[in-house]
Write a protein that binds this ligand. Structure first.
Ligand code: BGC
Length: 439
C-alpha cells in the first residue's frame, strides 16, 4: 500500500511539472497534484486489501500445530518449511513435553503407591488413548509415557508407538511389562489397552471415540485399570467424564484446556501446558514481522517498540528447521490454580502495536478440525486475542478434520490475503497448499 501511495505522489509531481512546462498556472499544477493525492488517500482508506504486487508464492506463510513431515518416518518436509524466505513452523517441543507427561504419570504412581493398585493384583494397569498414529505430537507422547513407565519396546532404534488393542495378559509385542522400583518394592506396570481414537468418518484425536473406548474396556477389565492416560485432554476428559471420575481413577491428558485444568480439583491426574499462549503469539508474530519487513526476531527474542518480548525459557528457535517450539510445563494438583484461564494472552507479549507503524493486513488461517477441543477451546481464542494486538485481520476457516480438500477449497482466492497460517489435516499434505500459492 505504501508503495502505491508513493507512486501516486510521484505521478502527481510529474503531472505538476508537465503542466508547468505547458504553461499552465502554478495553481492548476497544485490542483492536479492534490487530485492525485486524494486518489491515493482514497485508495488507502479502502484498506485493508492484499498487496496485489506481491505474488502469492512470496507471501509470508506459517505452518502451525502440524509440522510438515512424513507421517510414517517423522522426517521433516524441508521443501514446505523453506517454501519461501518468510516461511516458518510454530509448534512446541514434542519430545520435552512427552517426557514431562511420562514423568508426571510416573511420579503420581510413586506418590500414591499405597492406593493405586485398585484390585491388589500387584500389576499397575493403564490404558492409553492415542490421538493420531501419523502425528508427531501423538507419537512422541505415546513414546514418552511408555518410556517413563518401562513399557517401551525398541523398534529400529526408536520406541514403538503402535497401538496394541487389548493386552490384559501382557503378551503384546509392541509393548512390554515394565517394572517400577518404589520404596524397595518392585511393581509390574502393564499397558492393558491402547487404541487410535479415530471415528468412522476418519477424524483423529476423537474425544467421543475415546469415551466409548473406555466404556468398552471398563466393562471387560475395569477392575484392572488403575491409571488412564491420553495423548490429549479432549480425549482424556471424555474418558474422565464417562468413567474414571466416578471410579476414582486418575486420568492424565495434555494441552491444559480449561475444563481439564478445572477437573484436577475433582481427581483428574494432571495435564501438560504446551504454552499455547506463546505459540498463538508466535504464529501471528512471524507473519507480522515478515509483513513489516523487519528483523524476524522482533517482539520475539528482541523487544519491539511496545515492549513485547519472549524469554528463552518459554520457546526455542531452530534455524535449520525454520521452526519455533514453545516449551511445555506440567500442570498438576500442585500448581493448577495458575493455569485456570487457558485463553489469556501471555503477559510479556500483550502490548498493542501501533497501527500507524503496523498497518492492518489480511491473513487467511485454517484450523484443520473445527471440533478439535484444544484448537477450538484454547488455540483459536488465543489467536483471536492476539490478532487485534498485532493489527491483523484474520479469516478463520474451520475444517472437518477429515479431508484436506474441505479446507483447500476455501482458499479459492489467495490474492485477497497478505499472509497465510496453515494447519494441515495430515502432516504429509503441505503440497496441497503450496500448489495453490504457486498458481
Ligand atoms: C494437541 C492435540 C490436538 C492436535 C491437533 C496437538 O498438538 O495437543 O490436542 O488435537 O494437536 O493437531
Amino acid at each position: 500500500m505504501r508503495k502505491r501511495r508513493i507512486m501516486a505522489l510521484a505521478m502527481a509531481s510529474v503531472m505538476a511539472l508537465s503542466l508547468a512546462a505547458c504553461g499552465s498556472t502554478a495553481e492548476e499544477a497544485t490542483e492536479a497534484a492534490d487530485a492525485a493525492d486524494d486518489a491515493a488517500a482514497e485508495e488507502e482508506a479502502a484498506e485493508p486489501a492484499a498487496d496485489a504486487e506481491v505474488a502469492n508464492k512470496d507471501k509470508p506463510l506459517v505452518w502451525y500445530n502440524r509440522q510438515p513431515s512424513n507421517s510414517s518416518t517423522g522426517e521433516l518436509d524441508m521443501a514446505a518449511l523453506t517454501f519461501n524466505e518468510d516461511t516458518y513452523y510454530v509448534g512446541f517441543d514434542a519430545n520435552q513435553g512427552a517426557e514431562l507427561q511420562g514423568t508426571m504419570v510416573k511420579e503420581y504412581i510413586e506418590k500414591n503407591i499405597d492406593t493405586i493398585d485398585r484390585n491388589g493384583d500387584g500389576v499397575i494397569g493403564y490404558v492409553l488413548a492415542i490421538g493420531d498414529i501419523g502425528h508427531n505430537d501423538s507419537i512422541a507422547r505415546t513414546r514418552g509415557v511408555r518410556t517413563a513407565l518401562g513399557t517401551a519396546v525398541d523398534n529400529n532404534g526408536a520406541v514403538n508407538s503402535d497401538p496394541i488393542g487389548t493386552n490384559t495378559d501382557g503378551t503384546a509385542t509392541a509393548v512390554q511389562d515394565g517394572t517400577l522400583e518404589i520404596n524397595g518394592t518392585t511393581y509390574t506396570v502393564r499397558e492393558l489397552a491402547s487404541q487410535e481414537m479415530k471415528n468412522s468418518a476418519g477424524a483423529t484425536w476423537d474425544a467421543a471415540t475415546a469415551g466409548n473406548a473406555i466404556g468398552t474396556w471398563a466393562s471387560s477389565f475395569g477392575e484392572s485399570i488403575d491409571v488412564v492416560v491420553s495423548n490429549n485432554d479432549g480425549m482424556g476428559m471424555s474418558m474422565f467424564n464417562a468413567w474414571s471420575k466416578d471410579n476414582n481413577v486418575p486420568t492424565f491428558g495434555y494441552d491444559a484446556n480449561a475444563d481439564a485444568v478445572a477437573a484436577i480439583a475433582e481427581g483428574y491426574g494432571g495435564t501438560i501446558s504446551q504454552h499455547a499462549d506463546v505459540q498463538a503469539y508466535l504464529t501471528l508474530r512471524v507473519l507480522r514481522n515478515a509483513l513489516d519487513g523487519v528483523d524476524p526476531d522482533t517482539g520475539i527474542g528482541t523487544a519491539d517498540e511496545a515492549g513485547n518480548v519472549l524469554s528463552d525459557d518459554v520457546y526455542v528457535y531452530n534455524e535449520d528447521e525454520r521452526s519455533y517450539y514453545a516449551l511445555n510445563v506440567a500442570v498438576t494438583a500442585d500448581n493448577y490454580q495458575d493455569f485456570m484461564d487457558s485463553t489469556k494472552v501471555y503477559e510479556p507479549v500483550s502490548a498493542q502495536l501501533d497501527e500507524a507503524e503496523h498497518p492492518v493486513k489480511n491473513v487467511w488461517l485454517d484450523i484443520y478440525n473445527a471440533s478439535d477441543n484444544f484448537l477450538s477451546s484454547t488455540y483459536q481464542p488465543l489467536l483471536q486475542n492476539y490478532d487485534d494486538l498485532l493489527n491483523l485481520n484474520v479469516d478463520y476457516i474451520g475444517g472437518d478434520g477429515q479431508t484436506e480438500s474441505n479446507i483447500t477449497n476455501r482458499l479459492g482466492n489467495p490474492s485477497q490475503y497478505d499472509a497465510f497460517a496453515i494447519n494441515m489435516v495430515k502432516t504429509d499434505n503441505a503440497a496441497s497448499y503450496t500448489a495453490l500459492l504457486n498458481q
